[in-house]
Design a protein around this ligand. Sequence first.
Ligand SMILES: NC(=O)c1ccc[n+]([C@@H]2O[C@H](COP(=O)([O-])OP(=O)(O)OC[C@H]3O[C@@H](n4cnc5c(N)ncnc54)[C@H](OP(=O)(O)O)[C@@H]3O)[C@@H](O)[C@H]2O)c1
Length: 399
Amino acid sequence: MSHWKSPKWPFVDALVARNRAVVLGPDSSGGVSAVRYVALTSPEKDLSGRIGDTMYVLLSCAISLDGYLDDTSGERLVLSNAADLDRVDAERAGVDAILVGAGTVRNDNPRLSVRSPARRAAREAAGKPATPLKVVLSNGDLPQDAAFRADGESLVTGGSVDEVLARLAARGVTRLMVEGGGRVLTAFLASGRVDELQLVIAPFFVGDRAAPRFVHDGRFRWHKDHRATLAAVEPIGNVVLHRYLLGESAVDGHWLAHAVALSRRCPPSTTAFSVGAVIVDAAGERIAWGFSRETDETVHAEESALAKLAADDPRLAGATIYSSMEPCSTRKSRPLSCTRLILDAGVRRVVFAYREPSTFVVGEGAEQLAAAGVTVVERPELVAEVREVNATQLAPPGR
Ligand SMILES: NC(=O)c1ccc[n+]([C@@H]2O[C@H](COP(=O)([O-])OP(=O)(O)OC[C@H]3O[C@@H](n4cnc5c(N)ncnc54)[C@H](OP(=O)(O)O)[C@@H]3O)[C@@H](O)[C@H]2O)c1
């Protein structure tokens, strides 16, 4: 599915073909190079020899309305309900490893296993163990008869979050679920290596400051001026699941999917592509959006989104534009291309899904943006959907 038009970066083409996100930017000499990429599915060395951020780290926990993970009774406090516990079981079935701290093992003695026989069988049918690797962080002794040791493979380990992740990556873990408790959740959140937080809130108070809190004091990447991306809120019986995206790659995927969804709202055309665009500021807030032909017959998605903001809007400098298709660089219908409009607006980061095919004009938007110092991220995993939205325009002539 190669549609990379510049022979300058054959390695980029190869990465895109393997469904990797590619990040373009200026190199130190002012030229353009692919400076790094984020591998989405499996560990692989990047161009600088670094191991890419390949592991998806999911934090999952339940808290009371006053933010406690447990009470002080010494017995495990069940905050979730049956339906939510089943959801957690499904999440467990989808990971390679489940991680907790020694405090959780000593207090709760969890099995950390996939419980549903159907899910265990499905994992085995896929060539995986019935239940994921159980990882316990500890510096000390853990009971030999602890429940986590009973079913499947386990690992007791320690060290910094980065060291633990490197050790797990070396064992082939690409999706890790961290279930607690408070000290472990705090360490992972403070490390900045978490992609997603699934936080369930139960409708009652613990009301005891001696109880374990969800997070302890720490310096976190997410604060009032840099908010986590809320991807979903779902009531499950009397508890509520909040799904927050924390990792850049996960956040990019979320907003790009939103841009592709917007592209479905474009009035039909056989002479122009259907594109959606979203502008998100540095705080993680969507500040504008648009789609092709939204306000007139020739307006482009990025142009329509930018037109909703004042030219001197201070948020533009820290914003990212997400577009389902590479911004145009040449245009028959209007004097200014979307690439030019993005540069004039001072936006410094562009994420898109599909390289503009040369159906209507030859596009060099990605190259021009990167040459001007804009960080350009190509995320090919939504290409099939973008092609489906533009099936008419992309059909071979005469069909
Ligand atoms: N509501 C929920 O969803 C949920 C989920 C899980 C747990 N919990 C609750 O959370 C409470 C436990 O939380 P907690 O904060 O006390 O304990 P924790 O976070 O489960 O475990 C902390 C312990 O893990 C070990 N550890 C942590 N990081 C380590 C590292 N990098 N290297 C080596 N060892 C490391 C240390 O144990 P050593 O003593 O061995 O050094 C540390 O004392 C329990 O009450 C449990 O019920 C609630």
